[in-house]
Design a binder for this molecule. Sequence first.
Ligand SMILES: O=C[C@H](O)COP(=O)(O)O
Length: 254
Amino acid sequence: MARKFFVGGNWKCNGTAEEVKKIVNTLNEAQVTSQDVVEVVVSPPYVFLPLVKSILRPDFHVAAQNCWVKKGGAFTGEVSAEMLVNLDIPWVILGHSERRALLNETNEFVGDKVAYALAQGLKVIACVGETLEQREAGSTMDVVAAQTKAIADRVSNWSNVVIAYEPVWAIGTGKVASPAQAQEVHDELRKWLAKNVSADVAATTRIIYGGSVNGGNCKELGGQADVDGFLVGGASLKPEFIDIIKAAEVKKSA
Ligand SMILES: O=C[C@H](O)COP(=O)(O)O
């Protein structure tokens, strides 16, 4: 089964209601590749989720940027998976490196969140990736494998999981991984899934790349055999996000 190209826009902690409406208008007016070829998901900050969902074109979907690790309750400041399901929010991003680094989310905690969110019926964009220090120490694959293992240990059905490989050193730095660097890790990660989960999960799970993707570099990155799309930060706030969505065409014509 072919893996449908996936482009996610992570708006992070950015925007006012007016700015968000402007971004959505731009997306709504754009002529993009058919949804048979690409799946597009945008992830505004929590407070804007209902607004974005209500005005966004129907062929694009929304994602939350996080959710609580278990059932809601006395967890001030948190939003539960059940609440997202209640509002018909189909996707959630979990384990983003900013949360791992700044909020001390461990591999196990992220694994628990992924398992809980999936069990509630959410689809998950699960983020993994190494720091510059780890890459320079030659431990990229060990780090990525450990992060993925914590998910694999807790999840049996991978059909609603997209893995986002996001090298930390490429996030928001303008220092994008080369197509060969991205392909190498995606290929290794797929082999890891084949060995440790199943050949079917390895063949069907989308592994997308994130880290300084823009309108200029998306086609070459997207043309790599094991790059199934992108998780885009900064450029997803700009009109060039449309060009990144259109990079799905490189797969269609491959
Ligand atoms: O979730 C998205 C990534 O953190 C990439 O962000 P960036 O495109 O601004 O580097």
